[in-house]
Design a binder for this molecule. Structure first.
Ligand SMILES: [Ca+2]
Ligand SMILES: [Ca+2]
Length: 112
């Protein structure tokens, strides 16, 4: 258990380092599933989901708020352009792919 917690901590540190090196705001969060990804900025509330794989599977992100949850889609699939919204007070989010059977989703990414 202790070992697992240390691994999680290490992952968070590398995510922060990556954030500064790409000049993203420290409030930005990114999760990806293959090339498909979703992001969120906790300061501006900017949310984006992008389908970057030409596999015919729709991509969407779920944003949990303190009360309720919103689903944001990349409505044109893998064509250029992503789904955008401004969603305040997100506590966690994940990206999912609408593939065969139960949809494949990442684990929830916590937002602070
Ligand atoms: Ca995909
Ligand atoms: Ca698209």
């Amino acid at each position: 258990m202790i070992r697992k917690m240390m691994l999680v901590g290490g992952a968070m540190i590398s995510a922060l380092v990556l954030g500064t090196s790409t000049a993203e705001a420290a409030t930005g969060y990114l999760i990806s599933q293959g090339k498909d990804y979703a992001q969120y900025d906790s300061e501006t509330g900017f949310a984006e989901v992008c389908d970057e794989e030409q596999d015919g599977n729709g991509v969407y992100a779920q944003y949990k708020q303190k009360i309720g949850m919103l689903t944001l889609r990349d409505s044109n699939g893998s064509k250029i352009g992503c789904g955008h919204a401004t969603i305040p007070d997100v506590t966690s989010f994940r990206v999912c792919e609408d593939d065969a059977g139960a949809d494949s989703c990442t684990t929830w990414r916590l937002v602070r």
